[in-house]
Design a protein around this ligand. Sequence first.
Ligand code: ADP
Ligand code: MG
Length: 253
Amino acid sequence: MSLFSATGLVKSFHSLRATDNVDISVNANEVHALIGPNGAGKSTLVNLISGLLPVDAGLITLDGQDITRLKAHERVHAGLSRCFQVTNLFKEISVIDNLRLAIQAHEGNNFKVFGVRNHEAALNEKARALGAKVGIEGESVLNSMAGSLPHGAQRQLDIALALAANPKVLLLDEPMAGMGPDESARVVELIKGLRQHMAILLIEHDMEAVFQLADRISVLVYGKVITSGTVDQIRNDPKVQEVYLGSETVAHG
Ligand SMILES: Nc1ncnc2c1ncn2[C@@H]1O[C@H](COP(=O)(O)OP(=O)(O)O)[C@@H](O)[C@H]1O
Ligand SMILES: [Mg+2]
């Protein structure tokens, strides 16, 4: 059984079926990429999975638990974290404070067993370790205002905030959006490291990144998964070539 699975997901907006009976699963240590042209229903699917939108029909399970009706924060608690297409950071406070807040949000009371001074030291240490996991380190970076970091570093910090919850499954919604080639390459390496510890569902329009990372790719068109397979299978699938004919990469939106 897959660590994460969604089966028979349906979501309509008035007469439009944005999600039309979608099945998608992710195994431990697997990167399953979801691609599809603009308007295919990628963001809707992410919102259904993360709990920001209620499903019309279908079942979502995480590690054997039915999470279909859980609220977004309850899913995070159950082990499903999401990074947003638009970053989720507090831009007006420092990087280290963003990290500290994320840890406190998930560990809250655990820290209270320490004395006040130990609490501070333990929290700082955890915050630094969390930043280091995504390559955010060094005093000057940690003490800068989050909003002043380059775009790529803000996305890395955003991933760190999602990791604070110790997810079993990480949902990445276009993590390379708006990045230059160097920044994208760094995030590709970061995701390769993360997959040692968790399952990853990657929604991404950067095909080069998807081909480097994915164990499996599913292609969404008009709300339906039209095909799933390995990188080679998807590259050579005539149905996929037809969908992308004339467009260089998958559009994002
Ligand atoms: N809240 C909404 N109300 C009405 N239609 C929506 C809503 N969200 C998305 N849609 C429609 O659902 C379809 C899929 O959109 P979306 O999930 O954003 O696709 P993608 O992320 O793949 O570009 C589009 O036709 C879009 O216009
Ligand atoms: Mg979208």
